[in-house]
Design a protein around this ligand. Structure first.
Ligand code: G16
Length: 542
């Protein structure tokens, strides 16, 4: 098989963000764009000769074409084996599991996660390391450097590889192993959870899982309906579609409104959940109650020991900085360590590998554990179900009890999307410039206690990540955090994370927006959000 050396030149803007490279699909489909980036990954990790990689994606538009290109480039670069999900599908946590279980040299995951899909929407690609997790910055920096010096890539000519049939084929010296995407992942879930207890609970309780026409559909069907016996039809929007049925596969109250409406209606099932495009995010609801991701993490940390996989207790917990401090108090009560990391699941990798954290979570609807090195939507759902089955309590009762025990962190995130990049930078620069003068001043009736820019020193490898978000604390326990998203594909997205702490047992049932109104007003006054963005209100409130 002839290997062609194709001449190319660096393409600007191939810098990986919070989780890999995400761009408009048409940008990825542009001349040499995908090929340049794939070759840069291979060069950045020191070549792939003789190596094995897992390859799969969330099935969005261009997933199928991109995988064929990747396989031809793997063959041309001398890789030994590609383990590919059938029809090119693998959820992100399932890919992480395969990388770990099969001891591969890492994997390539094709996804723009919760961003919409289609020719005019978003596409993404990331490299995960042999521990199964997203590449840390030391590696993405090398990949980025490779994109800037690239002059050629390697390619073989071939017919498309059949990815519909499970089994092995070859492409030159490359063995391509097509695997059932669900099997190994489902087996892992069976080891972690008390499947019989959940099955028993499902005999007289109802669930609704919204797969949002994304990759978790087949996983949820096989595990919830197939293995656990949930009533047929409990998994809705179960068929993965290249454009996610025209929706936005982001499991939050805005984009999964249909599920929220169901859960707030008189006919609500006992438990509701959704996951995102690539299956790593989750949203949890009880009858009449939305559980914020920060609260979900805290509840899971408090109760995880009820599931067999965590019966021995937790070594520690970790949360991203903007995530609420609800889990911190659980860790304190249990006498275990609690780590605060920058946004991005890749920052949990070292803590998990070193055995210093068992459970991790983020406000952006991500929860996971040391079973893989990605966040895992369906895993969170199964852990919740295991806890419901073990306690016999409802989601609402569990949360009420949790807040009475630990207090409640009212929490909300306000997103201002597609803001002009210069306006967003001006807002952040202006705020950064006055951080040191804020303590002692008041805004909207709140007194600023302290303010800083978050930097993280990794306790395992000593690396330092700077510029990870601007933080302002108020007297009384309130906090506002400001950062620009690293996953958007259009302009800048300003994220404002708002939090306040309530310990009065009679004030646990307030509407979060109302409970946070003073912190919201103070955040706007301090950062001059309206003035900089020209917006009266956020685009998305979660
Ligand atoms: C990715 C990262 C998460 C991060 C989220 C939001 O999630 O893996 O760790 O919290 O992006 O990042 P940002 O605020 O920079 O947009 P996903 O689900 O998109 O892969």
């Amino acid at each position: 098989m002839d290997v062609h050396t194709v001449a190319t030149a660096p393409i600007q803007g191939q810098k990986p963000g919070t989780s890999g490279l995400r761009k408009k699909t048409r940008v990825f489909m542009g001349k040499h764009f995908l090929e340049n980036y794939v070759q840069s990954i291979f060069d950045g990790i020191g070549g792939i000769e003789g190596k094995t990689l897992v390859v799969g994606g969330d099935g969005r538009y261009f997933n199928d074409r991109a995988i064929q290109v990747i396989l031809r480039m793997m063959a041309a670069n001398g890789a030994a084996r590609a383990i590919v999900g059938q029809n090119g599908l693998l959820s992100t946590p399932a890919a992480s599991n395969l990388i770990r279980q099969r001891g591969t040299d890492g994997g390539l995951i094709l996804s723009a996660s919760h961003n919409p899909g289609g020719p005019d929407e978003d596409f993404g690609l990331k490299y995960n390391t042999p521990n199964g997790g997203p590449a840390p910055e030391t590696i993405t920096d090398k990949i980025y450097a490779a994109t800037n010096g690239l002059t050629r890539y390697f390619m073989v000519e071939s017919e498309d590889v059949d990815l519909a049939t499970v089994g092995e084929t070859t492409l030159g010296g490359l063995t391509i192993e097509v695997v059932d995407p669900v099997e190994a992942y489902a087996a892992l879930m069976e080891r972690l959870f008390d499947m019989d207890a959940i099955s028993g609970w499902l005999k007289d309780h109802s669930v609704r899982f919204d797969a949002m026409h994304a990759v978790t559909g087949p996983y949820a069907k096989a595990i919830l309906e197939g293995r656990l016996g949930a009533a047929e039809g409990s998994v809705v929007n179960a068929e993965p579609k290249p454009d996610f049925g025209g929706g936005h596969p982001d499991p939050n109250p805005i984009w999964a409104k249909d599920l929220v409406d169901h859960m707030l209606s008189d006919a609500a099932p006992d438990f509701g959940a959704a996951s995102d495009g690539d299956g790593d995010r989750n949203m949890i609801l009880g009858r009449g109650l939305y559980v914020s991701p920060s609260d979900s993490l805290a509840l899971l940390a408090a109760q995880a020991h009820l599931a067999p996989g965590y019966a021995g207790g937790l070594k520690g917990v970790a949360r991203s900085m903007p995530t609420s401090a609800a889990v911190d108090r659980v860790a304190e009560a249990k006498g275990i360590a609690c780590f605060e990391t920058p946004t991005g699941w890749k920052f949990f990798g070292n803590l998990l590998d070193a055995g210093r954290a068992t459970l991790c979570g983020e406000e952006s609807a991500g929860t996971g554990s040391d079973h893989v090195r990605e966040k895992d939507g369906l895993w969170a759902v199964l852990l919740w179900l295991n806890i419901l089955a073990a306690t016999g309590k409802s989601v609402k009762d569990l949360m009420a009890e949790h807040w009475r025990t630990y207090g409640r962190n009212y929490y909300s995130r306000h997103d201002y999307e597609a803001v002009e990049t210069s306006a967003a930078n001006a807002l952040m620069d202006g705020l950064r410039g006055k951080l040191s003068s804020l303590p002692g001043t008041t805004a909207a009736g709140l007194t600023v206690e302290k303010a800083d820019e978050f930097a993280y020193d990794d306790p395992v490898d000593g690396s330092r990540a700077q510029g990870q978000g601007l933080r302002v604390w108020f007297e009384g326990g309130g906090r506002a955090v400001f950062r620009l998203s690293g996953t958007g594909t259009e302009g800048a997205t300003l994220r404002v994370y708002l939090e306040s702490v309530e310990t009065d047992p009679d004030k646990m049932d307030r509407d979060p927006q109302e409970a946070l109104s003073d912190v919201i007003a103070a955040a706007d006054e301090i950062a001059r959000i309206r003035e900089h963005t020209g917006r009266d209100a956020p685009d998305v409130i979660t």
